[in-house]
Design a protein around this ligand. Structure first.
Ligand code: UDP
Length: 489
């Protein structure tokens, strides 16, 4: 007897770790629901998750990758530059975005060849809505951020509150959203700062919103219990069709998946060493510090951070990716670390240069706090592990995400960051040693710290419950799949 063909979904993530990681998790979640999942990406980007996919296939899930050639050379980039994390200058960044815009035709070709029932494409590809329409299938938008951040963005574009502020650091209230959220112009992403006055950047943002509105709906990596007022606002007040299906990282059950997630390299000793090192520490005693996969921090700021950490006296794991030193200079640790720092910190702190197994670190019982740049994946992963945060937003919508953590669910202490840096331009000293030490101490010790830890722990269980059978995210996922199967999306 013949079974109906499974639902086939093509997933098209943006070419950055912070976008690919949750999209791959999402494709795996769908595959576990009997969906045939195909991930469209480039050769180099596929290497970051090929092992995870391979193992899923061995387990019998229908999940596969389709490659397109990335037009690096056509856009004026060197061969082999296919991911935002390999960009080392603003000019290269612009070229990468140009290359991305050349992917429309290849995407259409793949859709024509593979005949999926639906395209789930990253919110950064506004043109994907039109490409899907041409081949007659629904396009769903995937946003790897919070509902709160989407609502703040909508408010600023809709009501243009920045028109009425007279200085960069004047506080204004974000209009028409569920909570009283105060922000400054400096805390807005570079593209938003001039909204209402600068037509060029506003047009680009409006295009993103238009593609979202004309799409068949929006999938979010969040869960109802975390930001219920914003889920409601996005759905009811803004009238968007949306499904929250997170936290997606919870689909990584085994150690191999967690180790290899987002990393093309073989297991490095660091990855295992840091877990063994954590075993020797007391519960909730270690601070984990990581600024995600793309952020650039000046050597001066890193130096100040090191001083702040040392003065706080806390044990720590610190992931240092790279600094925004001039390109192609040899990495010189002394340039960003205070003299003798690493030697003095032996036994107290571990510095990881490169990629850390973040999920495994956060899950370790020795971790008592996470100093994060407020990338949405990091926040969700921290919440899912029940770990409270020191929030240090750097760019994009991270200042909005911070508000959710510190003011709304109250599982974090703000470090006092005031300025959203323009992409790849964070040369200034943004946060002082005193601020750093004080925020770390507030997070790690005292009654307030315990309250935050208890709230974080409660959210952790809500997150786990959300993705279980009958949970809020699981129900949304089921509703989405039913809609797609019935062609009613
Ligand atoms: N990540 C990791 N190891 C690292 C740095 C980052 O596993 O050393 C992962 C992290 O777990 C998260 C993602 O990379 O899933 C970063 O996404 P986020 O949204 O936090 O920040 P972005 O990199 O997009 O700024």
């Amino acid at each position: 007897d013949s079974k109906p063909d499974p639902l086939h979904i093509l997933f098209f993530p943006h070419l950055a770790h912070g976008h690919m990681i949750p999209t791959i998790d999402m494709a795996r979640v769908f595959a576990r629901q009997g969906v045939k999942a195909t991930i469209l990406t480039t050769h180099l980007n596929a290497s970051f998750f090929s092992k995870v996919i391979e193992r899923d296939r061995e387990l019998g899930f229908e999940i596969d990758t389709v490659m397109i050639k990335f037009p690096s050379v056509e856009a004026g980039l060197p061969e082999g530059i296919e991911n935002i994390s390999s960009i080392t200058s603003q000019e290269m960044g612009y070229k990468l975005f140009k290359a991305v815009s050349l992917l429309q035709q290849p995407l259409q070709q793949v859709l024509e060849d593979c005949h999926p029932n639906c395209l789930v494409a990253d919110g950064m590809f506004p043109w994907a809505t039109e490409v899907a329409r041409k081949v007659g299938i629904p396009r769903l938008v995937f946003y790897g951020t919070s509902y709160l951040a989407c609502c703040v963005l909508d408010s600023i574009l809709r009501y243009e509150p920045l028109k009425n502020v007279t200085s960069d650091d004047q506080l204004f209230e974000v209009p028409g959203i569920p909570d009283k959220i105060m922000m400054t112009r400096l805390q807005q992403a570079a593209e938003l700062r001039d909204s209402g006055t600068n037509t060029e950047t506003t047009v680009v943002l409006h295009k993103l919103l238009e593609a979202e509105i004309t799409s068949s709906g929006v999938i979010m990596n969040s869960f109802q219990e975390l930001e219920p007022a914003y889920v409601r606002h996005y759905r009811k007040t803004l009238g968007r069709k949306t499904w929250h299906i997170g936290p997606l990282s919870l689909c990584n059950n085994d150690i191999e998946d967690k180790l290899e997630r987002g990393n093309a390299n073989a297991v490095s000793t660091h990855r295992v060493e840091c877990l063994i090192w954590l075993d020797s520490k007391k519960p909730n005693s270690v601070l984990y510090i990581c600024f995600g996969s793309v952020s650039w921090i000046s050597p001066t700021q890193l130096n100040e951070l090191a001083k702040g950490i040392e003065a706080s006296g806390v044990d720590f794991i610190w992931v240092v990716r790279k600094t925004n030193k001039d390109e192609e200079e040899e990495e010189d640790k002394e340039e960003w670390l205070p003299k003798g720092f690493e030697e003095r910190m032996k036994g107290k702190g571990l510095i990881i240069r490169g990629w850390a197994p973040q999920l495994l670190i956060l899950d370790h019982e020795a971790i008592g706090g996470f100093l994060t740049h407020c990338g949405w994946n990091s926040i969700l992963e921290s919440i899912t592990a029940g770990v409270p945060m020191v929030t240090w937003p750097l760019s994009n919508e991270q200042f909005s995400n911070e508000k959710l953590v510190t003011d709304i669910v109250r599982v974090g202490v703000g470090i006092g960051a005031q300025e959203c840096s323009k992409w790849m331009e964070s040369k200034k000293l943004l946060v002082t040693k005193e601020n750093i030490t004080s925020a770390i101490s507030q997070l790690m010790v005292g009654e307030e710290a315990n309250d935050m830890r208890n709230r974080a722990s409660a959210l952790k269980w809500m997150a786990k419950r959300a993705v279980e059978e009958g949970g809020s995210s699981h129900s949304d996922l089921k509703a989405l799949l039913d809609g797609l199967r019935l062609n009613s999306i």
